[in-house]
Design a protein around this ligand. Structure first.
Ligand SMILES: Cc1ncc(COP(=O)(O)O)c(C=O)c1O
Length: 376
């Protein structure tokens, strides 16, 4: 007799699972030593202290259901971005937003387009929503916007642009975005995924480049542009799950129908409100990141490894061997890095920029690990 397990559809069976950075405790159990996790682009300085304070205060009232629309957070974000609250939609992380976007717009016979060497959630959510995923070849480890525009057809509903990109850390500027958008037909939603916005802005300013004017398109009422931001990176709040989309009010109302009721907890909304006030934490995070990025790039150059100058809080590099093998030996040395094998990059590794001490610990382990690879 068939059991419920035999009745799982082919569609679900064929879906790939998201492979997250290995949790510290699991890695410690496996390796028997204390671990440093540099695999998920978390904030090495910890959460925003003002966010922690706000969560403590909110904890006293968690017997009550939260505000389903995160009204106060939307109001304050709108004021900061010079938008209307109706142009902001809050969810439990950018991943949840990507899922909702795919369920709103993708479906059988429809496709979503992005780049190879880009964020692994794009194909996962597209396929979960029964859509076809088109990965356009990357150019010099970055988005090829002309090729992406050319790949769009009448069945395309979404284009995902991670800018800066995860995992390569590459970026395109506001001018390139404008040129791209002029080619995009109205039946395609352009998702500007700016999870690393503050880092991108920082590095672009150093180079004298205008990074992003994404919110201008939202302010102008353009219905086929949506901008995603997250609290997981700059604010150090990956554990509470909070992100938001800026877009056309009517589109956001459809998104709201697909959001799980009460998925933004009261403590998450409070944390978000605390974090956006915490300018000092943002400043310290950016300063630490800039020092770490420069230091790591020099060290990678000494080893002759291929890297890309990052616009993010992580560095992408390539090894001569399979990245899973190197990541495994790094774990034996007490460091968790992200092998990009599941992302379709067999020799790619991504490492989060840590504090100066963490970066040194990573680099010493990497040198030892690479020597082992030569000896093997
Ligand atoms: C490009 C990109 N988009 C979205 C996300 C998801 O962020 P969140 O923690 O808000 O789900 C990430 C996380 O790493 C990311 O790199």
């Amino acid at each position: 007799m068939k059991t419920i397990l035999d009745l799982i559809s082919q569609h679900v069976r064929a879906l790939g699972a998201y492979v997250p950075g290995k949790p510290i405790r699991q890695a410690e159990r496996e390796s028997g030593i204390s671990m440093l996790k540099l695999a998920s682009n978390e904030n090495p300085l910890g959460p925003s202290p003002l966010a922690v304070e706000a969560m403590r205060a909110a904890a006293a009232e968690v017997n009550l259901y939260p505000d389903n629309d995160a009204t106060e957070l939307r109001r304050q974000l709108a004021a900061r971005h010079n938008l209307q609250p109706e142009q902001i939609f809050v969810a439990d992380g950018s991943n949840a937003l990507l899922d909702i976007i795919c369920r709103t717009l993708a479906g059988p016979g429809l496709n979503c387009v992005s780049s190879q060497k880009s964020f692994i959630s794009y194909p996962l959510f597209t396929c979960a929503a029964f859509g076809e995923y088109i990965a356009v070849p990357a150019r010099n480890d970055a988005y090829d916007l002309n090729a992406i525009a050319a790949a769009i057809n009448e069945n395309t509903r979404v284009v995902f642009l991670a800018n800066p990109n995860n995992p390569t850390g590459s970026m395109f500027d506001a001018h390139a975005t404008e040129t791209f958008l002029r080619k995009i037909p109205g039946h395609v939603l352009v998702v500007m995924d700016e999870a690393y916005y503050e880092f991108g802005q920082y590095f672009a300013t150093l180079r004298g480049v205008t990074y992003s004017r994404s919110l201008d398109y939202v302010r102008a009422g353009r219905p086929n542009v949506v901008v995603l931001r997250t609290f997981s990176k700059i604010y150090g709040l990956a554990g509470i799950r909070l992100g938001y989309a800026c877009g056309h009010p009517e589109l956001l109302q459809y998104f709201a129908r697909l959001r799980t009721a009460f998925s933004i907890s009261a403590t998450s909304e409070a944390a978000g409100l605390g974090a956006i006030r915490d300018e000092e934490h943002v400043r310290k995070t950016l300063a630490n990141n800039a020092i770490g990025a420069a230091w790591l790039l020099e060290r990678f150059a000494e080893l002759g490894l291929h890297t890309i100058s990052p616009n993010t809080n992580f560095v992408y590099f390539e090894t001569d061997e399979n990245a899973d093998f190197l990541a495994k030996r790094m774990q034996a040395e007490g460091i968790i890095v992200r092998s990009l094998v599941p992302w379709g990059i067999p020799n790619g590794i991504r490492v989060t920029i840590g504090t100066p001490e963490q970066n040194e610990r990573f680099f010493e382990a990497l040198k030892r690990t690479m020597r082992q690879s030569v000896a093997l």
